[in-house]
Ligand binder design. Structure first.
Ligand SMILES: C[S@@+](CC[C@H](N)C(=O)[O-])C[C@H]1O[C@@H](n2cnc3c(N)ncnc32)[C@H](O)[C@@H]1O
Length: 474
């Protein structure tokens, strides 16, 4: 008599088995193409490095491979607009939603370069230093918030303030935008801080009282040094060969005729206002479920743009939950959908969330780990729960607005907490299936993401999937 050994699979393993034939190692989509790296040498992208972005090569690859004709393209987490502008270059009408004013400002600058006169910019740069030295009465200042206070050496701060005043006096709007953008792009370089995902790291030379191991950022550029380099780079790109490459798909005038529409706000509130079945393609990358705090990482840029403490805090809470500080949004989502007369939709989305066994398993494991103190922050369980809950709304809305036969491409990383892998790719794909998307492929990047040394020490090194999902509306 043969004996069968029954293995008890976890819900996540069952889900993996279900999607196994959709997972495909994507040798053609290496990390360079997916990440911001591939943009590095390109004008505009190289002026302001938005490391959270993906590459325009990736966007163009998917649009060209999966669509024979152009149409309407959407990115609900638009960042600095990589999807939108890459799509525009290929002749797509592009629409984006972005919450962080940092992305919105970069996109504004990007539009301004099509309008600015190179001679005016060059002249302005020539006059700049003399004008700054002459500047006496300042009307505009950077108003620091607690997390940015003393970020700049005094001399730099003075120059920054003078420069801001200079920019407000430039009446030509595109020129003023480009000038403001140039200093915006060097804020990290001229400060005592370095962007570090969850917060800003502070150099030992700053006036702050710092705990822990001193951090040496290396050379900190003066305002003049950094700005000169940046302005030269911009002028060089605008006058040189590289700009022609940028526009090689279309004539400059045609680019201006194609709309790039950007909505400032949260996609949790803006997506539900969009018309059903109206977009042909979505290419997007939401924040990852990895505690990355955009509002702290980009705090210098936010204060430079005039945001105060309360506004930054509001932005942090309005963002998709991906930090341990995020509070639940479910009540406000309920009220919002009710105000749109869509209580049943709200009901349907939350039901899909609660019916995911893998999701329930992740939530209960994290709660258990929390109870025994195995998570290094007690709000991780809440963050993960809300990340998926909010993403369930986003996935529903993306499916609703996509035309039948249209595609949604999403870049996202899996994560691990307390040694437990959270299969973001599979859970989001399960939601997507429930909302009328076919899961065509889950492309897995050849080399997984490294683990933090702490996690490696505790649990051994295993790779976490970093993926690009390809979903198609039925
Ligand atoms: C991974 S980045 C996207 C980068 C983009 N693909 C690019 O190439 O620039 C995620 C973006 O989502 C934005 N975001 C976070 N919560 C949001 C929300 N509720 N609504 C709209 N955008 C949001 C963040 O500000 C961030 O720019």
């Amino acid at each position: 008599m043969s004996e069968t050994v029954e293995t008890i699979l976890t819900e996540r393993e069952k889900l993996l088995n279900r999607f196994q034939n959709k997972l495909e190692t994507a040798y053609h989509l290496n990390r360079q193409v997916v990440s911001f790296q591939a943009n590095k040498s390109q004008p505009i992208y190289r002026w302001f490095k938005y490391k959270e972005g993906f590459s325009s090569t990736l966007v163009k690859y998917f649009l060209e491979k999966y669509s024979k004709k152009t149409g309407k393209l959407l990115d609900p987490f638009a960042g600095v607009g990589t999807t939108l502008f890459a799509g525009q270059e290929l002749g797509w009408e592009s629409y984006g939603i972005e919450l962080l004013p940092v992305g919105a400002f970069v996109m504004e600058a990007r539009k301004a370069i099509n309008e600015v006169k190179l001679e005016d910019l060059t002249q302005s740069v020539k006059d700049l230093w003399e004008s700054l030295d002459k500047m006496k009465e300042l009307k505009v200042f950077i108003n620091h918030i607690s997390i940015t206070k003393d970020a700049f050496p005094d001399d730099t701060e003075n120059y920054l303030n003078k420069y801001l005043n200079y920019c407000t006096q430039v009446s030509d709007k595109p020129l003023s935008t480009i000038l403001r953008f140039a200093a915006f792009s060097v804020l990290e370089e001229i400060s005592y801080t370095r962007k570090d995902g969850q917060y800003l790291r502070w150099d030992y030379r700053s006036k702050r009282n710092l705990n822990g191991k001193p951090f040496d950022k290396g050379k900190i550029l003066s305002f003049q040094e950094a700005l000169k380099v940046k302005l030269n780079q911009i002028i060089e790109d605008l006058s040189g060969q590289s700009t022609r490459n940028l526009f090689d798909q279309l004539e400059k005038k045609d680019i201006n005729e194609l709309p790039v529409k950007i909505i400032d706000g949260s996609c949790l509130e803006e997506l539900p206002k969009l018309k059903s079945n109206s977009y042909d393609f979505i290419i997007t990358s939401p924040p990852y479920c990895n505690r990355y705090d955009y509002t702290r990482t980009y705090a210098l840029e936010l204060v430079y743009l005039g945001y105060n403490n309360e506004q930054v805090r509001n932005l942090r809470q309005t963002m998709l939950s991906c930090t341990v500080e995020n509070k639940e949004k479910i009540e406000s989502l309920n009220s919002f959908y009710t105000s749109l007369n869509q209580s049943e939709v709200f009901q349907k989305i939350t039901e899909v969330y609660h019916s995911s066994e893998a999701m329930n398993e992740v939530n209960s494991i994290l709660e258990e780990l929390n109870k025994i103190g195995s998570l290094n922050n007690k709000n991780i369980a809440r963050m993960v729960k809300n990340y998926f809950l909010e993403m369930c709304f986003v996935v529903y809305e993306m499916a609703r607005v996509t035309k039948s036969g249209g595609y949604c491409v999403m870049v996202n990383d899996n994560v691990r907490y307390g040694g437990e892998e959270i299969p973001v790719d599979l859970i989001l794909s399960e939601f997507a299936e429930n909302f009328n998307f076919d899961i065509e492929r889950i492309f897995v990047l050849p080399k997984g993401k490294g683990n933090s040394s702490q996690q490696m020490g505790n649990y051994g090194r295993t790779e976490i999937r970093k993926c690009v999902y390809l979903w198609r509306k039925k």
